[in-house]
Structures are given as structure tokens and as C-alpha cells.
Design a protein around this ligand. Structure first.
Ligand SMILES: C=C(O[C@H]1C=CC=C(C(=O)O)[C@@H]1O)C(=O)O
Length: 411
């Protein structure tokens, strides 16, 4: 664990109520932003009071949870609000696979929260961020796009290969992803992307953690007290050019055997993973439609009540990777992803979100996102492949999914 103040330093945490509403993203003072915002509500943070670099491995969620619990247990906390996200908070992002060692938890020096008509401000340590000087938001300029790890045709062949394996009975579903890269004239400012994403995708969770920026529609788990929620997504179609076409596409998605099958793998796995943790669990048998600005998804909203005290990190350890990003069966799908994708997903498709000292938190799956590194961004998009998939349709779907981050970068 690396802790910015020194490992033995005790965190002093102070939360105070402030007047709302707060335009969270507008308050981020510099590009090193942390954010989790949906419908204008959520948390933003900046500065680093502590950073926990989480090693790879199957136990990475457990390891991270134990380290964070030790850090928060020793903290001196003044938190008169006591709501999810008040008091000490860590933003986090985990690598997709056990081999990925980029997982990180960051405790910001300053957190601003706004939810249910209540706003708060938390400072950690002396709350002074060496970067706090307000820096104007820079729009990305001079963008030059280039290909990713696989060219489109190669990726299409990987999809065909996966379909053959599935038809041969090796597995039921696998999610294959690809990447593209873009270079700008100067360092890409996460805040410019967050602003655009939050405006265009208000129903998504607009996030930023350690340079991974995006707007995901998929809630892996929210834990507030003993209650948990999840939104399982799998099965996708574009938006229509007009209302009639839009509805026809939505109806066709709801009636598509291929997409309903692709969705059922994910909903079923989430049900099975949550069942042992929950005293009550509601997983509707039939999915509904979720409409975003650029596409429509099959969606199953899940609700439950935990049977025993468990942190949100414990719950996401039980869930990740769902077949929305892995496949069925999980182990066979993870092997096939490794074999066919020919790229490192890094933190794409891993859990991203925040956790507080009570174990409450909200975590999504890092989709519709890009990894920023100075002047460069690497964008990711993937699709569920089942027996009825075609390379052409899946390629088109990845182009639509890249659209979210393209818009964030290009406007
Ligand atoms: C893997 C991605 O989306 C997942 C989430 C929703 C719908 C999906 C689909 O229809 O393929 C994917 O499972 C992605 O956006 O990169």
C-alpha cells in the first residue's frame, strides 16, 4: 500500500453540510479528476490523501477491502451527516482480469457530494491539495485517430472464430472487445469529457478514476445500508432515426431470441451470485428496455437485501466478471477472451466506483470509456457473442459503442 501521507499517518476527516444544489463536475479544479455522477447527483473528488495500489490476483477485491478498512478504522472522523458517501471515501477502479495489476483505490483530499437534496463537503488530512489552483478546462483539439490492437477485419475474424467455438459447444457466450487510439495536440483534460458525457448520457454513471474516464449504463452493485441494487445489461440495438423506427428497433430487441439468450446468461449469473448473499432478492424474469442517446439495451433491474453485514466490495467480488463482460461459463470465456482479443483490457470492463467507511458504495462496470495518458486516449468497446452473432453486426455495434467517447472527445 502506498499512502501519500506515509503509511503510519492517521487520516483526519471532516464532513460538513453545504448549500445545494452543487454542479459537481463544474467544481473539479484540475484535470486529475475523480467522479461518479448520474442525473447530476453523486460524488466528485480531487487530491490524494492516500493511494492503495492493489496487486493482481483472484483476491484483489478482498485485499483492497482489508487495506482500506485498516486505513479507515484508524481515521479520526467527524461526520455529522452519516449518509452513504459522507465521511472518508475511496474512489476505485479494478483491472478486468486477475492478471491485471493496475487496480487502485484513491482517497481524495476533498470530496463533494450531492444526493436527495443534500450536499456535503469532506476534507481529508489538511484538505490542501498541492494542485488546487483552479485550472481552466481545456477542450481536446487536433485529434488524430488510429487503429487498435486488432484491425476491424481481424477482429471480425475473431468474432467468427468465437461463433464457431460456441456452435461447437465449447461455451454459450463470450464478450469480445477491441480498442482504438486517438492523439490530441496536448494533454486531454478529463473534465471536458466528463461535462459532455454527463450532459448527453444523464442516465449513465459518468466516472473518472486515475485517468479512466467514461459513462457506463451498467450498475454492477449499489449498497446503501443492507439494500443492494444492480442493473444487468446485455443485448443491444441502435436508436431509430425517428420515433417509429426507434420503437420498432426496441420491440425487435425485446423479441429477439438471440439477444434474449445473450441477456439471460448475464441475468441468471447475477441471480446465482447474489442468492447466497441475500435474505431477499428480486430478479424480474423478463428484461425491459433501457434507452440511451446512442443505443438501446435489454435491462434487468435487480434488488435485494443482504443477509449479513458485507461491504460493497464483498458483493462486487461475488459478481465480477458477469457475462455482460466475460461470458458463460466464466472460466471458458476468460480463456477465449485471452486467446482471441489479442489486447490487454487493463481496467476496461472491470468494476469502477466508490466505497465509504461503512462499506456503502456504488460500482459500475467500466464500459463506454477511455484510458487517458497525456495527449493520448485508448477507447474500448465490446459485444456479447452467441451462436447467432455475425461479425458484421458486432463490428457495427462496437462502432456505435465507441460513439459515446468519440462524442466526449470531439463534441
Ligand atoms: C461490453 C460492452 O457492453 C456490454 C454491456 C451491455 C450490452 C452488451 C452487449 O449487448 O453486447 C455488452 O454485454 C461494452 O460496451 O463495451
Amino acid at each position: 500500500m502506498s499512502v501519500a501521507l506515509g503509511a503510519s499517518e492517521q487520516l483526519t476527516v471532516r464532513t460538513v453540510p453545504v448549500d445545494g444544489p452543487v454542479d459537481l463536475i463544474a467544481r473539479l479544479p484540475h484535470p486529475a479528476a475523480m467522479a461518479w455522477v448520474r442525473h447530476d447527483e453523486g460524488l466528485v473528488g480531487w487530491g490524494e490523501a492516500a493511494r492503495i495500489a492493489v496487486p493482481g490476483g483472484d483476491d484483489r477485491f478482498g485485499w483492497a477491502g482489508r487495506r482500506l478498512a485498516a486505513l479507515f478504522r484508524d481515521a479520526l472522523v467527524d461526520d455529522p451527516l452519516g449518509v452513504p458517501g459522507s465521511g472518508p471515501v475511496a474512489f476505485g477502479s479494478f483491472g478486468f482480469a486477475p492478471k491485471n495489476d493496475e487496480s487502485v483505490l484513491i482517497v481524495p483530499r476533498v470530496v463533494l457530494g450531492w444526493r436527495d437534496g443534500r450536499a456535503w463537503h469532506t476534507t481529508i488530512g489538511d484538505g490542501v491539495d498541492p494542485l488546487t489552483l483552479l485550472r481552466p478546462v481545456a477542450e481536446p483539439a487536433g485529434l488524430r485517430w488510429s487503429g487498435g490492437s486488432l484491425a476491424e477485419e481481424q477482429w471480425g475474424r475473431a468474432v467468427e472464430n468465437a461463433v464457431r467455438r460456441i456452435r461447437g459447444g465449447a461455451l454459450g457466450k463470450v464478450v469480445l472487445a477491441r480498442d482504438v487510439r486517438v492523439r490530441a495536440d496536448g494533454p486531454i483534460d478529463a473534465r471536458a469529457l466528463l461535462r459532455r458525457l454527463a450532459r448527453r448520457y444523464p442516465e449513465c454513471y459518468t466516472f473518472a478514476v486515475d485517468g479512466l474516464v467514461g459513462a457506463t449504463p451498467e450498475l454492477l452493485v449499489r449498497r446503501f445500508g443492507g439494500r443492494i441494487e444492480s442493473l444487468v445489461l446485455a443485448g443491444t440495438t441502435p436508436r431509430g432515426a425517428d420515433e417509429a423506427e426507434d420503437r420498432a428497433l426496441g420491440r425487435a430487441l425485446l423479441n429477439s431470441g438471440k439477444d434474449r439468450g445473450e441477456h439471460a446468461y448475464a441475468a441468471e449469473m447475477v441471480r446465482e451470485a447474489l442468492r447466497p448473499l441475500c435474505a431477499e432478492l428480486d430478479v424480474p424474469a423478463v428484461p425491459e428496455l433501457l434507452r440511451l442517446a446512442n443505443l438501446q439495451h435489454l435491462a434487468t433491474p435487480v434488488r435485494g437485501r443482504l443477509a449479513a453485514e458485507r461491504s460493497v466490495l464483498d458483493v462486487l467480488a461475488a459478481l465480477h466478471p458477469t457475462p455482460a463482460v466475460g461470458g458463460t461459463p466464466t472460466a471458458a470465456a476468460m480463456e477465449l477472451i485471452d486467446e482471441l482479443e489479442e489486447m490487454d483490457r487493463s481496467r476496461y470492463a472491470g468494476p469502477v466506483g466508490w466505497v465509504d467507511a461503512r462499506g456503502d458504495g456504488e460500482w459500475g462496470i467500466a464500459l463506454r470509456c477511455a484510458q487517458l495518458e497525456g495527449d493520448e486516449a485508448r477507447l474500448f468497446a465490446g459485444c456479447g457473442i452467441v451462436a447467432g452473432s455475425t461479425a458484421e453486426a458486432e463490428l457495427a455495434e462496437t462502432r456505435t459503442k465507441f460513439g459515446a467517447m468519440r462524442y466526449a472527445l470531439e463534441g
